[in-house]
Design a protein around this ligand. Structure first.
Ligand code: GLN
Length: 452
């Protein structure tokens, strides 16, 4: 703990932690010491982790990178976090992220941007940017993030670490602040596939507090081996051939494909005819869900309340209290998405946008299922470019959304996917992504281990 606290101190300029639990972590470490001495320590004894600022940890601050949760304290602990604590993990702090996990660069945080440790003039990716840089810069051993459209895998790729998004429903969402409930997944970020797998197997499994969580048995993912036969691996043709992808990423991906072929696996290109509809589908459905989920932040029940009204209760008009609190409390990107989502759900446009996007989601799922009738894995670059400069895409949300072109599919269909490091372009890390069928995390992790 002292080692990590010193490193956190030396790396303040990266703006990774929004709160450091120095005393709490030391107290936890003492307790773990005693358990180790008495032989009662859990599987994670001594593992120091950080948690993204969207995960509830009882009696600790919780802000979702937002002003609207100003001074809010978590009332209970997320199931996933409680399971890690039960196995004696040590939590060293709360990590900066895009506001309500909306973003691809960690520039949408009320706490200011996080910087990439490989090049501090560049973004770490988002929305779990703080969580990825924490592992990259050695400020903790692993982090717990959330992934709605790539928020664990894309920053992992930008920072040269491992990011794992499990199958939808594999880990309980209880205690995760909701962004888009039918997409949201909790996922680990770590230095190695083994660490990510171990964290997954401890967090996964049924929970009475989340009815969408699966009762499928949890395997010992960290121990899984590949079957002793050649694998059938599809890769996204666009990921290695499209001129829209950086040359360094196309070449690094191609090299990996050659290695897999040399190891005796079948490696073949596939085309997704619906690729161009992935981002529109994702952004219509997630903004619709977000507009509903974020309606609870009204200036009354949680955190921030506009001072202009609260100062004089006698003149308080409820509607203007809501409006002022939400206008002042939410940042620009969150407001944009609430408005987009409200529009997509409005009576006159519901069928044209929301219903249509639901239909396309089903078609994307069917097309993905067809790919997995013939293949065990689907491989692609994690991102089309390495980490970009701070400020480079903030003026153009559509450019920013393109950073997720390869990651959103797994969330649209609910499949598990992992990003592992795949070399670099100069100093800038490159990631490669593997996707597997639902609940095939064991095989996913086993192949990723072989490739890392
Ligand atoms: N960058 C994507 C978005 O802004 C994904 C975010 C996430 O996975 N939470 O929605």
């Amino acid at each position: 703990v002292d080692h990590y606290l010193a490193r956190i101190d030396e790396h303040q300029h990266l703006n990774v932690f929004t709160e450091v639990y120095a005393d709490g972590a030391r107290t936890q470490a003492d307790a773990v010491d005693q358990k180790l001495a008495s032989g009662t320590a859990g599987r994670l004894a001594g593992m120091v982790i950080g948690i993204k600022d969207v995960l509830s940890y009882k009696d600790h601050g919780l802000r979702a990178g937002s002003r609207i949760l100003d001074k809010f304290t978590a009332q209970f602990t997320a199931t996933a976090i409680q399971r890690l604590l039960d196995d004696d993990v040590i939590i060293i702090g709360r990590q900066n992220c895009d506001e309500f996990a909306m973003g691809s660069s960690n520039e949408n945080s009320a706490f200011g941007p996080v910087r990439n440790a490989a090049d501090p003039s560049r973004v770490p990716g988002g929305s779990s940017g703080g969580s990825a840089v924490a592992v990259q810069a050695g400020l903790c051993l692993a982090s717990i993030g959330s992934d709605t459209g790539g928020s664990v895998r894309q920053p992992a790729a930008f920072c040269g670490v491992v990011g794992l998004k499990p199958t939808y429903g594999r880990i309980s969402r209880w205690g995760l602040i909701a962004y888009a409930s039918s997409f949201d997944c909790i996922g680990p970020i770590a230095n190695t596939v083994e660490d990510a797998a171990l964290l997954l197997e401890i967090m996964a499994g049924p929970d009475d507090f989340d009815s969408t969580v699966s009762s499928q048995p949890v395997q010992a993912y960290s121990q899984e081996q590949l079957p002793n036969r050649p694998l059938r691996i599809a890769y996204l043709r666009d990921g290695v051939e499209s001129p829209g992808i950086d040359a360094s990423i196309r070449e690094a991906t191609q090299r990996k494909l050659d290695d897999l072929r040399a190891a005796g696996h079948t490696v073949e290109p596939v085309d997704l005819s619906l690729l161009q509809y992935l981002l529109p589908t994702y952004y219509i459905l997630t903004t619709a869900e977000a507009s509903s989920n974020l309606s609870r932040f009204d200036g009354v029940r949680y955190g921030y309340r506009s001072q202009s009204d609260a100062s004089d209760v006698s003149t308080l008009d409820l509607l203007s209290l809501y409006k002022k609190s939400r206008t002042e409390g939410f940042g620009a990107e969150v407001r944009r998405r609430i408005l987009l989502g409200t529009f997509a759900l409005s009576a006159s446009y519901y069928d044209a946008y929301y219903t249509k996007a639901q239909q396309v989601r089903r078609l994307i799922r069917q097309e993905t299922e067809r790919v997995f009738e013939h293949y065990d894995f689907l491989l692609s670059p994690t991102t089309p470019t390495p980490a970009f400069k701070l400020g480079e895409k903030t003026g153009d949300p559509l450019q920013m959304y393109l950073a997720d072109i390869f990651t959103v599919q797994a969330n649209v269909v609910g499949y598990p996917a992992i990003s592992i490091p795949n070399g670099s372009d100069g100093d800038l890390p490159i990631g490669i992504q593997l996707m597997a069928p639902p609940f095939a995390e064991g095989a996913l992790v086993a192949l990723a281990k072989e490739m890392q």
